[in-house]
Design a protein around this ligand. Structure first.
Ligand SMILES: [Zn+2]
Ligand SMILES: [Zn+2]
Length: 340
């Protein structure tokens, strides 16, 4: 039994998440094996569960918010040592040689782009193996459960904000206060922006304030664009929602040269070219980041106290944890804790 592990796997597109026993895998050259301590449950795991990603091979273990201990080193891995605490996020590796990689655009690798939990088995299990290029170091001060969601929801909001062009003191609005948005408001505040939270309902205001928002806009009771204009317009609006019409409704609230930074995977949205032209506005999308961005996210979060609010489940209840995440009712991220 010692060479067996429990994982939660999806056997076919649309099939259930099932707990099975498998042999513990050996890491090939340049890969490492991690004994998983915690793994976040992310909405993108539905790509595996429902088969909405081309080329997924089943059975597949989802999970791309992984923290654990290095448990075995493949041949040639010298930058990590046994027992070291590490993490793996969405970006699971790249070739390093194609033109996009040579330009530093690792996320756009055209030869060997890997995504954790999609291209290879992820963190819904007691162990996983992952390419060493995808491994982030985890600070001692960050617990596994606290850190796991920061490797997807955290890095995405942190990295989008720090690359948005906003400067200290600028008004930065965060649209949506869910899994992404509740981190976005915290990062915006800690980065020195005038953080504004926008969500539906007056009842979210205390939460927004607690997370560090200077202003709160209830988009049900108020026109969010008009309210942003009263504040002088937003230099950046970080759109974390998945409703395109909610994104369209804030475009007019951008300041001159303002940017709508889109990280919520809405199906589509309406854009006013007239507003873009008249306001010299930009609309940009942002993916998450690579291993070193994960390290930066964790280090910044330790330094400033940014944390995800989590609901914790044991691995054995992975299917229930997934359903809870998909229900949209979790406050705010769902995390599997191994051995819990
Ligand atoms: Zn994710
Ligand atoms: Zn490449």
């Amino acid at each position: 039994m010692a060479n067996k592990m429990k994982v939660a796997q999806v056997t076919r597109a649309g099939g259930p998440i099932e707990i099975v026993e498998r042999p513990i895998p050996e890491p090939p050259a340049d890969w490492v094996r991690i004994k998983v301590q915690a793994c976040g449950v992310c909405h993108s795991d539905s790509l595996v569960k429902e088969g909405h990603w081309p080329g997924i091979q089943y059975p597949r273990v989802p999970g791309h918010e992984v923290i654990g201990l290095i448990d075995a080193l493949g041949q040639g891995v010298t930058q990590f040592k046994m027992g070291q605490r590490v993490g793996v996020g969405w970006h699971g590796g790249n070739c390093g040689h194609c033109d996009n990689c040579r330009r530093g655009d690792f996320f756009a690798c055209t030869v060997d782009l890997k995504i954790t939990g999609l291209s290879f088995d992820g963190g819904y299990g007691e162990y996983l193996i992952a390419p060493s290029i995808a491994i982030a170091r985890v600070p001692d001060e960050m617990s596994a459960v606290d850190g796991a969601p920061l490797l997807c929801a955290g890095i995405t909001t942190f990295n989008a904000l720090r690359n948005s062009g906003a400067r200290a003191g600028d008004t930065v609005a965060v649209l949506g206060l869910g899994g992404l948005g509740h981190l976005g408001v915290q990062y915006a505040r800690k980065m020195g922006f005038r953080a504004v939270g926008i969500a539906r309902g007056k009842d979210k205001e205390p939460l927004a304030r607690e997370l560090g928002a200077y202003h709160y806009i209830d988009s049900q009771a108020q026109d969010p664009a008009a309210e942003l204009k009263k504040l002088g317009g937003a230099k950046v609006i970080l759109a974390t929602v998945t409703a395109g019409d909610a994104m369209s409704a804030v475009q007019a609230g951008l300041a001159p040269n303002g940017k709508l930074m889109v990280i919520g995977a809405a199906q589509s949205m309406q854009v006013s070219p007239l507003l873009m032209i008249g306001g010299k506005q930009e609309i940009q999308g942002w993916y998450s980041g690579n291993a070193v961005d994960s390290q930066d996210t964790l280090a910044f979060s330790v330094m400033t106290g940014v944390r995800s609010m989590n609901e914790v489940y044991p691995l054995e209840r992975a299917a229930e944890a997934y359903d809870r995440m998909m229900s949209g009712k979790a406050r705010f991220r769902v995390v599997l804790k191994m051995g819990a």
